[in-house]
Design a protein around this ligand. Sequence first.
Ligand code: ATP
Ligand code: MG
Length: 385
Amino acid sequence: MKKVIIIRYSEIYLKGKNRGFFERAFENNLNRALSSFEHELIKQCGRYTVREFNEEEIEEIIEKLKKVFGLHTLSVAYETNSDMDSIFEAAKLVARTSGTFKVESHRGDKKYPLTSVEISKKLGGMLLDYAKGAISVDVHNPSFSVRVDIRENGKALVFGEFIQGANGMPVGTAGKGVLLLSGGIDSPVAGYMMAKRGMNVDCLHFHSYPYTNLQAKEKVVDLARILSEYTCGTKLCTVSVTHIQEAIHEKCKPELMITLLRRFMYRIAERHAKRIGGQCLITGESLGQVASQTIEGITSSNSVVEELPVLRPLIGFDKNEIIDISVKMGAYETSILPFEDCCTVFLPDFPAIRPKLTDILREEAQLDVEGLIEEAFATIEKIQL
Ligand code: ATP
Ligand code: MG
């Protein structure tokens, strides 16, 4: 008996006339996620089935599907003829050998000779006889369920569990953003959150080589790769800010180092975004987490962004909530590796907690802002993920 995987989508069902647009993106992303596996993806009445795959690869296929945004739940089902004897053969494979159970039936084919209640009763009786007392019925709180879906094509799908997907909207349906990706915990999670709402995410990383080492860069490349599994392909560019940090270090008050550097990062990121068709910047900032993320700190860095919105999907998250998502997306182990990104070089002992714009502008006036930005763009590197 053949196994198929049933895929149900999440919020797409709320869409009206433009549902087709979201469905096409979802289909593309599913096929892309499964591109290294033999498979066929079929759409049927608002959901999908994956079939014709190598059953030895089913666990890997499920892991890939769980990373496709827009997927609400999936089930591994047996596809069989819709007569009760065939359904029973499949149900024997789904049922456990002990515990309590219930049968839930659904008829897509309204001409089927039995109603869904009759199907459930009949199949429940057959399973009870077969198990000879090892299982019993509990319709309110069963330890497992056997589910039957009678299709219009004379086939039935028989399955047990719903496996949770990543939910959200299909990537590619909500524009493109440039994620400021550091080597920390927060920014990969911020990218994940925006991809979850359907956004294409490209990454920009600032480094201070040779003050930071190549392992720090490798770590960011690894994080971009992990993110890429959810974003249907992410591009990563790196830019050196070494000369900017050196200039700030030489000419400006040390307590404003982070704020001044942030302003350069935002300026460079906005220009980069415009060059590559990005419609917003994305950061991993969370209110009050560190000195540069007080409302004053955010205001002072944000004020150099001229046109694009800056999205901060983690702004109201606690660190432990961010860590939970980081673990779930598989980034945490990489994020906590000890290699430092640029911000820890030249780090002042006491960064300004509530930097004043007048102070910042006075310090910045000592720098050749445009020249430094130009110099930074000359170091841009596209990384092959
Ligand atoms: P993260 O865990 O994402 O590094 P953080 O808590 O360390 O965040 P900050 O270092 O203040 O916070 O950085 C705030 C945000 O600025 C980051 O989430 C990221 O979006 C951006 N950022 C910081 N450093 C870099 C960098 N080297 N390259 C690109 N973006 C950066
Ligand atoms: Mg950081």
